[in-house]
Write a new protein. Sequence first.
Length: 429
Amino acid sequence: MVFRKKIGVGILAMTMLMSCLAGCSSNSTNKVQTVGEEKKEQVTLTFFGNKADESNVHVIESIMSSFMKDHPNIVITYESIKGTDYYDTLNKRMENGTGDDIFMVNHDTMLELHAKGQVADLTGLSTIDSYTEDQKNQFVSEDGIFWLPTTVSSFGLYCNMDMLKEHNQSVPTNIVEFETVCDYFLEKGITPIVANNDISLKTMAIGVSYFDEYQNGTERQLFTDLNSGKVGLGESLDAGLTVVEEIIQKGYVDAAVAAETQKTSGDLEAFAKGENPFMLTGAWASNRVKNDFGATFAYEVHPLPVLDDGGLIVINPDVRLSVNSDSEHIEEAKLFVEYFTQAENLQAFCDDQCSISPLKNGKESSIKEIHPVVECFKAGRVVIGTDSRLNLPIWDVTKDASQSLLNGSDKVTVIGEIDNSIQEYIAEN
């Protein structure tokens, strides 16, 4: 079922009321008008996104409200669709010429929209210099700036701290410890890991495969080779897919269940029951485990313990904002993106998203459950899941790869499927 939630009516009504109170009526005998004052044209902007949870919408609505108070001639309405259906709808709107003024994008969708010239250049916005250099390296390109991130999301290992304590087990910090504690729970008849059919396993595959490249500073050359076809994407993911295949074959995840489990919904519900020690998913869902699904136990999100010498986290410059190049109000839309990406607004949004700030002086997240991944981020043990220097749709093809592995395909077959998908993508684009 597609979940849709549209907000902005209350704000729109409030803005209209404020306008009327300011003297909309031409019949008012008390109207005050400054000589030479020009009345600004009323502008309505539409904002489309995939953030639909109540707390997300509340923060977005608050930022919109503050913006409209500062710019009384601009009204913004926000509409959201939850889940992967959002991107299908976004693409259809853009193809039909009915795209919104401002919208959220991800790496793979941006590749398509930018190729079609459907996103406006944001170069010159005052907030750009506030971003860290690592983040700027992601969104500043030779031909301009076409999106700005509002968060740095991370992917890690959720740990049921009460359950680990009850069984006298510790949070695993490397691959040997991870396998040992998973084997322990298997012997007790407990499936160790809750996983979904999307981000759980693909982020692990990307992280394991590219970690050394990021640590050695050779990731740029890798992406150059992948973009040119000198190296196949499937081949580059071999090491990570090997780890994922072993996790499935050893029974650390219930493959049949995971294949039907949706990300940050069905997996959170299962983990919140307190029957499994671990879960693999995005750290941004941390608050939802207790607030939406009622978890009563202590839990933390830790680095993925998938290396011989320790853990890593996979991160993404996330909740990316873009402006429609066909918007009738491009300058006003850019003004809102600039406002949204101010430090105070991003801090509130990042805290709500249980994410890390992309700004130079961003404050550390107040969400205590994700502090272990924040420390890993500060230590530099990170891999970018959708690096903008890679011009291939890695996010989509690795989702399909994860589903194939969960449905019983072997690693060799999956690598072939990845490379076939990339060849089809290249042919179509």
